[in-house]
Write a protein that binds this ligand. Structure first.
Ligand code: G1P
Ligand code: ZN
Length: 543
């Protein structure tokens, strides 16, 4: 088969964000757009000739088309083996595992995570390296640089590969192998957790509600929870992945998974509720009558992880993104292990996991995971919770209450202002940055600012530095607010404000979060002038 060199011209907007390149589908449908980006990835890599590449996605609209494009281009560029999930499906954590298990050179994951899907909604392409994790900034910067100068891409003429049948096809010089997207991942989960104990818990009448949000975890959750762990049929809701996620946002939070939340707060609630996002890396945990914030979930999982066989040896360390609450810090302290504070985005955890410095990682944005893969992992968090519940035989509520009584409670909320004019958002951040030096010592109502900075991270493994990762305003007593702009949005800017108040173990642990952080919310406006800059008087989303 002859390799074709197709002339192309650069698109100016192919800069990967927090998690790969995300754009509206019509942007990706422009002739050459996906091809340019995929070629820019390959041009930024060295030494993959004859090696394996994993390709899969979350099943959203345009997934299958880009998979066929990527297969032809990977073959034309010299990959020897291309592993593709059946139906074009691989959840993000499953893709990470497949890359690691088969020793692949890397992987291309097609997803826009929790963003909506459909002909006018979002699509995304992300490159993961051989450790199974998102490409570090060194590589994403190179991809962007390449995309601004690209003049040709390589492809070949070959019929579409049948993605719906397991087996091998030859495309150019490459073998394309369609694999079961679930089996390897389910096996990994079985190796980490005590499936017998969870099965016994379920057998005792413990009821689970898992909302897969018509996204990629449907087949994974059905196989693991219903087939392997014996939960009754119907435990997994919205379990069939749909190209438009049924018209919903596949984002497991209290707004988009409201039906599940309402059920969990009701009189006849199941014992445990969970949801996952578009590509399966996020999780929502709701016990009967209690929502567990992702920051708390990270802390509670870390404090109890030793109860699961895969973590019985203990944790080497915990890592959290900077905006994530400090709840995990107190657990790390009690366990006598290091706590790493990284910029937002899973790519910053990779080095720590590879170096064995951290075992468990998490972000406030519903991401939790461990060194079993190099992505956050929604079902992993669900299964670790179930393993802990199976051993402790207490309710989620009781586990949370005991946790707070030991470590204190970090009341926490995130306020998002979405679709804000980008120039106004930039002006807000610039103004805030300029005022940082003068803020310490200032009082706002009863609050006194202790420190203020623009977060920078020095990677302890490779020495790389990442600056401007969010503005932190730290108050006396351990409360804080953080301001940053989203790096995953596809229209305008999103301002994220993270608000946290620490209540010591002997304080009032049973308050409503809104009440507990009311004075901090008032301080946010005084500090940043969101209304003055954007005209907005309230956030669009509170999580
Ligand atoms: C958001 C989350 C971040 C997460 C990323 C990818 O990024 O805040 O924690 O890693 O999505 O799932 P942001 O839009 O804030 O840049
Ligand atoms: Zn996701």
């Amino acid at each position: 088969m002859t390799i074709r060199e197709v002339a192309t011209t650069p698109f100016p907007d192919q800069k990967p964000g927090t998690s790969g390149l995300r754009k509206k589908v019509p942007v990706f449908q422009q002739p050459g757009y996906a091809e340019n980006f995929v070629q820019s990835i390959f041009d930024s890599l060295d030494g993959f000739s004859g090696k394996a590449l994993v390709i899969g996605g979350d099943g959203r609209f345009y997934n299958r088309e880009v998979i066929q494009t990527a297969i032809r281009m990977a073959a034309a560029n010299g990959f020897g083996l291309i592993l593709v999930g059946r139906g074009g499906i691989l959840s993000t954590p499953a893709a990470s595992h497949v890359i690691r298990k088969y020793g692949a050179f890397g992987g291309i994951i097609l997803s826009a995570s929790h963003n909506p899907g459909g002909p006018t909604e979002d699509f995304g392409i992300k490159y993961n390296i051989s450790n199974g994790g998102p490409a570090p900034e060194k590589i994403t910067d190179a991809i962007f640089a390449r995309s601004t100068a690209i003049a040709r891409y390589l492809t070949l003429d070959a019929p579409d590969v049948d993605l719906d049948r397991d087996g091998e096809t030859i495309v150019g010089g490459a073998t394309v192998r369609v694999i079961d997207p679930v089996a390897d991942y389910a096996g990994l989960m079985e190796s980490l957790f005590d499936f017998d104990a969870i099965r016994a818990l379920i057998g005792s009448g413990f009821r689970i509600a898992m909302d897969s949000m018509s996204a990629v975890t449907g087949p994974y959750a059905t196989e693991i929870l219903e087939r392997r762990l014996g939960a009754p049929a119907g435990t997994v809701r919205n379990g069939v992945p749909l190209p438009d996620f049924g018209g919903h946002h596949p984002d497991p939070n209290l707004i988009h998974a409201k039906a599940l939340y309402d059920e969990m707060m009701g009189a006849d609630a199941p014992d445990f509720g969970a949801a996952s996002d578009g590509d399966g890396d996020r999780n929502l945990i709701v016990g009967k009558g209690i929502f567990v914030t992702p920051s708390d979930s990270l802390a509670m999982l870390a404090a109890n992880a030793h109860l699961a066989p895969g973590y019985a040896r203990g944790l080497a360390g915990i890592a959290r993104s900077m905006p994530t609450s400090g709840a995990a810090d107190r657990v790390a302290d009690a366990l006598g292990i290091p706590l790493f504070e990284t910029p937002t985005g899973w790519k910053f955890f990779g080095n720590l996991l590879d170096a064995g410095k951290a075992t468990i990682c998490g972000e406030e944005s519903a991401g939790t995971g461990s060194d079993h893969v190099r992505e956050k992992d929604g079902l992993w968090a669900v299964l670790l919770w179930l393993n802990i519940l199976a051993v402790r035989r207490q309710s989620v509520q009781a586990i949370a209450a005991e946790h707070w009584a030991r470590f204190g409670r970090n009341y926490y909320a995130r306020h998002d202002y979405e679709g804000v004019d980008a120039a106004a958002a930039d002006a807000l951040m610039t103004e805030l940055r300029a005022r940082l030096a003068g803020l310490p010592g200032t009082a706002i109502g009863v609050l006194r600012i202790e420190a203020a900075d623009d977060f920078a991270y020095l990677d302890p493994v490779d020495g790389s530095e990442s600056r401007h990762q969010g503005i932190r305003i730290l108050f006396e007593g351990g409360s804080r607010t953080v301001f940053r702009l989203s790096g995953t949005g596809t229209s305008g800017a999103t301002i994220r404000v993270y608000i946290e108040r620490y209540e010591p173990a002997d304080g009032d642990l049973g308050r409503q979060t809104g009440d507990a952080i009311a004075d901090l919310i008032a301080a946010v406006e005084a500090i940043a002038g969101i209304t003055r800059h954007t005209g907005r008087t309230a956030p669009d989303v509170v999580t």
